[in-house]
Design a binder for this molecule. Sequence first.
Ligand code: IPE
Ligand code: IPE
Ligand code: MG
Length: 277
Amino acid sequence: MALKKATGKDKELQDRLLADGAIPQHIAIIMDGNGRWAKRRGMPRIAGHREGVNAVRDIVETCGQLGVKFLTLYAFSTENWKRPGDEVSMLMRLLLKALRDERDRLHQNEVRLKAIGNISALPQDVQDELLEAIDLMRNNTGLTLVLALSYSGRWDITNAVRKIHEDATAGKIAREQITEELFDTYLSTKEFPDPDLLIRTSGELRISNFLLWQLAYSEMYISPDFWPDFRRKSLYKAVSEYQKRERRFGMTSEQVRHTSSRGTKYFERLLKGVAKP
Ligand code: IPE
Ligand code: IPE
Ligand code: MG
């Protein structure tokens, strides 16, 4: 199993990005605008969702080639259940088909698949296919692809609070032990670092109940492209924009410059409050 490499002009663009600065370790994307993409072409909304799968394929492959470690895709929100029944069921059919069609390619590209959200709310056949694909790819060491399905940030936080309450009642944790770090370990994203870069497509300026806790210090990039049009070139633009940002985490620009010259390890310790500026 080996990752398909970029070639020609595309390789040049990737090499330039890699030379220009740090590649975000974790990218999270709100894939939006499928319906409008289809409407513009006089097509039914589902046609936009279908074309969206092609965009997913391209972005997943590109992230793997760039060495992005985690990619979280918001594919279906808790609120999306409120859409017309036929759109919801077509989306579920499409998800099932995409999982079947893409499974081998993902596996070949060394992708490790994960899912977050209320998975038990999905149709049984989708759940089965999803868990099978996750199991197949569990030992892969390339990009970790996290699908957010029937997911919402408030759902995640509420769930965490419930589990913490359960463990507190059982005497497993004391009130004083409830810290931000502990809280993190009760979220569905516990195995993944917080996103460095959040991308939303289709020009909308909102979070729509995505990773509310985890996005605390993510850099945001809004693309005007509808999701079906968001291909590797759009991603290069987003990453290039990210590379120009200065992430300050509440500190001053001077502090950040001083500390980043002392290396990433020191910077991480500083953020955790272990080291002093
Ligand atoms: C995003 O595209 C896909 C899902 C939310 C499932 P939309 O379906 O929201 O497309 P627009 O926003 O209506 O154009
Ligand atoms: C957000 O898109 C959810 C996903 C991309 C899965 P929506 O299209 O559902 O968001 P709103 O309703 O416009 O905020
Ligand atoms: Mg939308």
